[in-house]
Design a binder for this molecule. Structure first.
Ligand SMILES: [Fe+2]
Length: 254
């Protein structure tokens, strides 16, 4: 299994603080059945700045340590960039790192709202041949109030990634319901851990797969796992036509 979103890189953000902690997270990842993990440190979120070159160097160090410890987990490069006006200029400058050097790029919305310029920026990214992936839309306050915001962005070519813990109820019932609705409406394409530590923000990948299997069956489990594989190889992922959110099982929740 591949986990495309993690804060396993030590000492760079609010994820693993030391190399020891990163190694503990790596061992837990292997226990979860994860063989490859993309390290996606926060960038431009108001607190953390992790530019492309710094991330690449630190990933080499972590992979070296994991090999030395005989842990069969490969760490791939990535970045979780908060949306900001000059994101594309900084991409041109070489500060922004795509996922495993593909054309897929993580974009994080602020937790409270969806900025007005989001649609335009995501469009411009696609004009440059990049595919934006909005991370954990189910945890954005404006999307929670109005899930149609995400439907609109997905219809215009953006992809989205759910957090495993959202599906398992670790962020509460409402976020769990919205996560399931987003899958039902074909508005999400990946499930990833967004792991920050081994306790309060752990992987929950296996548990989330069980949940998807229970709600949607093995084909949907396969869809998410296959999409993560295709992403790291830089290939086109599976998508289905998005439909209106909330029309099925949870009709009337919002
Ligand atoms: Fe994250």
């Amino acid at each position: 299994m591949i986990d495309i979103h993690s804060h396993i890189l030590p000492g760079v953000d609010d994820g693993a603080s030391t190399m020891e902690e990163a190694v503990s997270m790596a061992k837990l990842a292997v226990n979860e059945g994860i063989t490859k993990i993309i390290a996606t440190p926060h960038h431009q979120n108001g607190t953390f700045f992790n530019r492309k070159q710094d991330i690449l160097e630190r990933i080499k160090e972590l992979n070296y340590m994991l090999q030395r410890e005989n842990i069969s987990l490969e760490v791939l490069p990535g970045q979780e960039t908060r949306i900001y006006g000059s994101l594309l200029d900084d991409f041109e400058k070489g500060d922004i790192l795509s996922l495993n050097h593909t054309n897929y790029l993580f974009v994080e919305l602020p937790s409270g709202h969806v900025p007005r310029y989001t649609e335009q920026l995501l469009f411009e990214m696609q004009l440059k041949g990049l595919t934006p992936i909005i991370v954990h839309p189910e945890r954005n306050a404006e999307v929670m109030k109005n899930p149609e915001k995400i439907l609109k962005l997905v219809k215009k070519g953006a992809l989205t990634q759910l957090t495993a813990g959202s599906l398992t109820g670790h962020f509460g019932k409402r976020i769990q319901k919205l996560s399931i609705q987003l899958i039902e409406a074909n508005c999400t394409h990946f499930i990833a851990s967004d792991v920050h530590n081994t306790s309060t923000r752990s992987f929950h990948m296996r548990e989330s797969i069980s949940k998807v299997h229970k709600e949607f069956g093995s084909e949907t489990v396969y869809y998410f796992q296959e999409n993560a594989e295709l992403l790291v190889q830089g290939q086109s992922i599976y998508k289905q036509e998005p439909s209106k959110i909330g029309y099925k099982k949870f009709l009337g929740v919002f």
